[in-house]
Write a protein that binds this ligand. Sequence first.
Ligand SMILES: CC(C)(COP(=O)(O)OP(=O)(O)OC[C@H]1O[C@@H](n2cnc3c(N)ncnc32)[C@H](O)[C@@H]1OP(=O)(O)O)[C@@H](O)C(=O)NCCC(=O)NCCS
Length: 338
Amino acid sequence: MEKINAAITGVGGYVPEYIMDNEELSKLSDTNDEWITTRIGVKTRHVLKGEEQGTSVMAIKAVEELLFKTNTRPEEVDLLICATVTPDMIFPATANIVSHATGLVNAFSFDLMGACSGFLFALQTGATYIETGKCKKVIIVGADKMTSLLDYDDRTTSPIFGDGAGAVMLEPCSKEYGVQDSILRTSGAGEQYLNIKSSGSRCPVTKETIDKKWNRIYQDGQVVYKAAVSNMTSTTREIMERNNIEVGDLKYLIPHQANKRIIDAVASRLNIPEVKCMVNVTKYGNTTAGTLPLCLWDYEQKLRAGDKVIFTTFGGGFTWGSLYLIWAYNGREMKKRD
Ligand SMILES: CC(C)(COP(=O)(O)OP(=O)(O)OC[C@H]1O[C@@H](n2cnc3c(N)ncnc32)[C@H](O)[C@@H]1OP(=O)(O)O)[C@@H](O)C(=O)NCCC(=O)NCCS
């Protein structure tokens, strides 16, 4: 029997209208444009404003655009996976809320929490449902409202993050296209370096935990930086070697947009030139599960059928990995939304 592969057949995205630049951020945090630009490489980030506006608001808009661009009727979709660490609430899953709002009446849906690697883990999970023949149309959405977790008094963290969502459609295809290989890894030993201490059952949110700001992101930036560079580099190198991909064969490296210095360090260790790296951290910051699909959203017009791309990511957990995919369509021919 011919092997079924899972191809990305469309991309949707959404970033909130409100843009906070480094000057505005410097009024909330003790920082400045020069420091943020040189250490992190972020100039602006989008912020979801308004009462009761959760991650689903952005994910719904990304999925609506995806359905439009791929000419998909909502009832045709079999599965939706939402990668997020900022669900609207612990339950119901944000995926359930998104599916309901977008009319996916025949789909089952669930959230997947892999922090900044969430989209990549969800992409491989969705691809496996296609490869086994269980599903024909799967939507993977990566969405996070990271500004809901920020402490603006913590200047080492507040400039990094932003809000946004991206979504892709996965459909069966022949073996020349789609997901070819992946290396996905986790290590719970990273817990102490990047976490939100009071956010679940171990240490429920109380007035005391809020006073201590345990409901905000904590990170040891230098440990995270080193682990991100070394792990993204090693899984990307391994996936290139075992699939016989030379740098010259690669159209794009699609790195998690944590920080421009991390992207540059990974690319330099792999001898991948800057022009082959998708980068949009400058305008969106780190949108966690949103970064990889938002890269596709921004670069879709430049992608052609047959292009070899490698995603690579690193995040809280620790979680990390790389995924090799052959692009399946000419981005310029994709229907546009006004
Ligand atoms: C957070 C990060 C940018 C900090 O950069 P760094 O070079 O390690 O900076 P340090 O923490 O050593 O701080 C250097 C100096 O800058 C200061 N500083 C820190 N944040 C600052 C800010 N926003 N503005 C101005 N100064 C700042 C520090 O107080 C320190 O000052 P000192 O030398 O007088 O003590 C860096 O560690 C990093 O990128 N880590 C990875 C974070 C990440 O990507 N997380 C998400 C992973 S998915």
